[in-house]
Design a protein around this ligand. Structure first.
Ligand code: HEC
Length: 139
């Protein structure tokens, strides 16, 4: 019995540690997410953080390696004034509807041949749907 209660105590302390990590991870996401991230957007916020945040900010006017994606939904491709796009992007004629973002994020080089987004694409359809829902909420 002693051995198993020890095991239980160890399990408990692991739980506490994991709980703590989960809480700090959640706080990290909330800190990154502008405006109000409601529950449905959280999965998308995670996808954004791991796949896109290296190059894109969601702050208005803040460009990184890629243009700010603040209020990207409904925007004309290549329309951030002070970002240096490829001519492929500025002349693509794309408007960033959910469908267009979906095909671009699936295969950037196929959707905009000659574009300069160095991203191989996100094959997971569920992750893309969560991401797009989240992006649409940032406006
Ligand atoms: C390695 C850096 C990098 C990563 C990672 C990246 N992007 Fe980009 N993104 C860029 C660059 C650079 C451009 C400009 C492309 C061009 O001009 O051809 C761009 C352009 C875009 C545009 C067009 C914006 C506009 O103003 O027309 C969208 C939408 C976009 N990215 C979405 C995403 C999403 C969503 C992700 C994550 C799944 C992502 N990007 C990941 C660098 C990146």
């Amino acid at each position: 019995m002693i051995a198993s209660s020890c095991g239980f105590a160890r399990l408990l302390s692991q739980r506490v540690l994991l709980g703590h990590l989960a809480v700090s991870a959640a706080l990290g996401v909330i800190a990154l997410a502008p405006g109000h991230a409601h529950a449905a957007g959280n999965a998308g916020a995670d996808v954004f953080a791991t796949e896109c945040a290296e190059c894109h900010s969601l702050k208005q006017g803040k460009n990184k390696k890629g243009p700010s994606l603040f209020a990207v939904a409904g925007r004309k491709a290549g329309s951030i004034e002070d970002f240096k796009y490829s001519s492929a992007m500025t002349s693509s004629g794309i408007v960033w509807t959910a469908d267009q973002i979906d095909s671009y994020v699936t295969q950037p080089k196929k959707a905009v041949p000659g574009g300069i987004m160095k991203y191989d694409g996100l094959p997971d359809a569920k992750a893309r749907a969560d991401l797009i829902e989240y992006l649409a909420s940032v406006k």
